[in-house]
Write a protein that binds this ligand. Structure first.
Ligand SMILES: Cc1cc2nc3c(=O)[nH]c(=O)nc-3n(C[C@H](O)[C@H](O)[C@H](O)COP(=O)(O)OP(=O)(O)OC[C@H]3O[C@@H](n4cnc5c(N)ncnc54)[C@H](O)[C@@H]3O)c2cc1C
Length: 246
């Protein structure tokens, strides 16, 4: 697929083979989302925005495979971080959140994705809801690590403070959090759904930035409607929906 608006060629790592990786660390980002740090055993090249396919195999040979975005910035190391939202009854996410312990091995394949990737050079806008924050965090972390935070403008939607992913890194000078159900004390904005007035400041100075939108299908649809209302050309908008993968 071509990428309208992308002026810089993007070099993307190839998905390659399934590989066995070791869980090197784990922490809860929120009461319902857990970050797993994976050791891939060798330097792993990827682009911010890409994801891994993760495969679980039961003793009887039954397999389940799901996609998980990479949360960490490309760093030329053997480690990547995934953040998994625990969906009640979810076959894979419950296992990754409740059962997996440090030292376990998992199977992954990747990196995957050529469209929803940041080239690490062009200014971008990111709009994320819930676990959709994960790939945009990789982009923000990469911009910060490169000393180019001005390339990123991020807006993250969270229901309430306890639901905010990466709370020690968000919000920041280049990132805003919009609360939809409950805002922290002292917040100027009353809790409520994302509106044009929330997104408009991201485009101060023009609408030429590529816009990455990520979250549930309903969140993505609502955001793209608002972007159209603001006159952001559809050709500049890239959407990744985290819907059911079966
Ligand atoms: C490109 C891509 C990247 C993704 N990155 C992430 C990520 O970084 N972090 C993350 O937590 N998830 C991510 N997802 C979603 C992930 O792949 C799984 O769909 C999710 O973990 C649910 O799998 P499960 O086996 O637990 O649930 P399932 O057993 O497949 O489903 C359980 C129930 O939850 C519903 N459901 C399934 N998926 C979702 C969903 N995403 N949101 C709401 N309801 C759902 C199903 O309809 C079903 O009712 C990504 C999806 C895609 C396509």
């Amino acid at each position: 697929m071509s990428a309208p608006g992308a002026s810089v060629p993007v070099t993307v790592g190839r998905p390659g083979r399934w590989r066995v990786v070791t869980v090197a660390g784990a922490r809860w980002e929120t009461p319902r989302a857990r970050t797993l740090r994976l050791d891939l055993g060798e330097e792993f090249a990827f682009l911010a925005g890409q994801h891994l396919l993760l495969r679980l195999t039961a003793p009887d040979g039954y397999t389940a495979q799901r996609s998980y975005s990479i949360a960490s910035a490309p760093a030329g190391s053997a480690f990547v971080e995934l953040t998994v939202e625990r969906l009640p009854g979810g076959e894979v996410s419950e296992f990754l959140c409740d059962e997996v312990v440090v030292g376990d091995t998992l199977e992954v394949r990747g990196p995957i994705g050529r469209w929803f990737v940041w080239d690490a050079e062009e200014p971008f806008v990111g709009v994320a809801g819930g676990s959709g924050t994960v790939p945009l965090m990789a982009m923000l972390r990469q911009a910060r690590a490169a000393g180019r935070p001005e390339l990123a403008r991020l807006l993250v939607s969270a229901r309430r403070p306890e639901d905010l992913y990466y709370a020690d890194e968000l919000p920041g000078p280049e990132s805003t959090v919009v609360w939809t159900r409950e805002a922290p004390p002292g917040s100027a904005r009353a809790p409520g759904r994302l509106r044009a007035a929330d997104l408009a400041p991201l485009f101060d100075g023009g609408q030429e930035r590529t816009v990455f939108v990520c979250g549930s299908p309903s969140f993505c649809d609502a955001v793209t409607d608002v972007l159209a209302e603001l006159g952001v050309p559809a050709s500049r908008v890239r959407v990744e929906r985290f819907g059911p993968s079966r």
